[in-house]
Design a binder for this molecule. Structure first.
Ligand SMILES: [Zn+2]
Length: 408
């Protein structure tokens, strides 16, 4: 197998500044739930550790799983759809409104009738649909590697290129937006170059990515998995965009999915406000060797606490059920080395997951209706814990104490 470990920084290309910051052991792909047949087959795992570039603040997986294995594998049921969640629909509607507020109509009319807005990694087209609702005459293009999502977007009336961002895919775009996608890209610098090439002068580039600053501050170590290649702070993004021909850069942060950075940049508009640079620096203050070392300690503490609680349940002769078959749950289960001897089953509501098995741990996924009342339970997607507790309130479950933001 060809080594895919990081030899030089994926953003600034420097070779001498990469330091290892956290090592979570070997993990399979976190969103690849297995069928009964697949559980009996060999399973590939990959080392999950991150490196920090002390020159530019970039953080990425040391070992990168090739993109086709992460997305285009027909056996991978990439089941997240933006349009299915009320929270994400509301978020994309807010983003579309923010774009309408900030980008003047004249900028959107650069190509007359042919003005083009591109969403890279646009999933099922939810955001482009919201943008089209505000500029009905606009041309849109969704670039989406997942065949299932690309088909869904087309069904939603959004023209979609099924595949990755590549040379000459589009030109003279007025605006390129990308949400929760740059962090999945194998080569984020090339991604930025491709967008630069495809924009008109003065065109807008809007990026949303999970915030590494929030990840560290919240102790959300279980959001680290192979599908997430890069972990960005405002400082690293502002730096690379200004170096690659973007200016007029601004950023803001919001709470979406546990902390998200939103960046606004324009091609060829030179110069960055000192105030923006200072704020970006402050908003990246935890992205240091020490910050990541503290996160690694919190992961170890959470593992110890959960192991203790599961042992106590076992001594009492009580099974424990996990709630919510989320990708982040798989990082937690596999880091802690819990399997079906520790946790009887994972309850989930998705028909795409029920009947399958969690990757690595091979814990079976069952419908929520099969969880007995008063059972001990561990919520895996902690970001929606209040919603799940409300939903399952009639079962009167007794929850294990676990939350990355407050490991006990
Ligand atoms: Zn770097």
């Amino acid at each position: 197998m060809i080594a895919r470990t990081m030899r030089s920084c994926r953003l600034c290309l420097e070779r001498g500044h990469l330091v290892p910051v956290i090592d979570l052991g070997h993990h399979p792909l976190a969103d690849r739930f297995l069928t009964a047949d697949q559980v009996r087959e060999p399973e590939v795992t990959y080392p999950l550790k991150l490196r920090l570039c002390t020159a530019c603040g970039y953080v990425g997986t040391d070992y990168m799983v090739p993109a086709p294995a992460r997305y285009a594998d027909p056996e991978v049921a990439y089941s997240y759809t933006a349009g299915n969640s009320a929270v994400s629909r509301a978020h994309f509607d807010e983003l579309a409104e923010a774009i309408a507020q900030r980008v003047p109509a004249s900028a959107m009319a650069i190509r007359g009738d042919g003005r083009l807005v591109v969403d890279v990694g646009g999933n099922d087209g939810t955001l482009l649909r919201a943008i089209k609702d505000r500029w009905p005459g606009i041309a849109v293009l969704n670039v989406e590697p997942s065949p299932a999502m690309a088909e869904l977007a087309e069904q939603n009336g959004i023209p979609t290129h099924e595949g990755f961002l590549g040379g000459g895919l589009f030109e003279d775009a007025s605006l390129v937006v990308t949400t929760n996608c740059l962090n999945h890209a194998s080569d984020p610098l090339d991604f930025i170059h491709q967008v630069h090439d495809g924009l008109v002068d003065g065109g807008w580039f809007v990026i949303e990515v999970p915030s590494a600053q929030h990840l560290i501050a919240d102790g959300a170590w279980d959001t680290i998995y192979h599908e997430h290649v890069s972990y960005f702070t405002p400082g690293a993004l502002v730096g690379v965009l200004s170096a690659e021909g973007f200016g007029a850069i601004e950023f803001s942060e919001n709470d979406y999915q546990g902390g998200t950075v939103r960046i606004w940049a324009r091609k060829g508009i030179v110069g960055i406000d000192d105030n923006v640079q200072t704020r970006a620096h402050i908003a990246s203050s935890r992205n240091t060797e020490l910050g990541w070392a503290e996160l690694a300690i919190r992961a170890g503490l959470a593992r110890r606490s959960l192991t203790q609680q599961l042992l106590e349940a076992s001594q009492d002769g009580e099974p424990v059920f996990a709630i919510g078959a989320a990708a982040k749950g798989n990082t937690l289960l596999n880091y802690c080395r819990f399997d079906d001897k520790w946790i009887m089953a994972i309850a989930d509501s998705s028909p795409h997951k029920i009947g399958k098995y969690a990757p690595g741990s091979h814990i079976p996924i069952i419908p929520e209706s099969q969880v007995p009342g008063r059972a001990r339970a561990l919520i895996l997607p902690w970001n929606i814990a209040p919603f799940l507790r409300d939903k399952l309130a009639p079962l009167r479950l007794r929850y294990l104490r676990y939350h990355p933001q407050a490991p006990t």
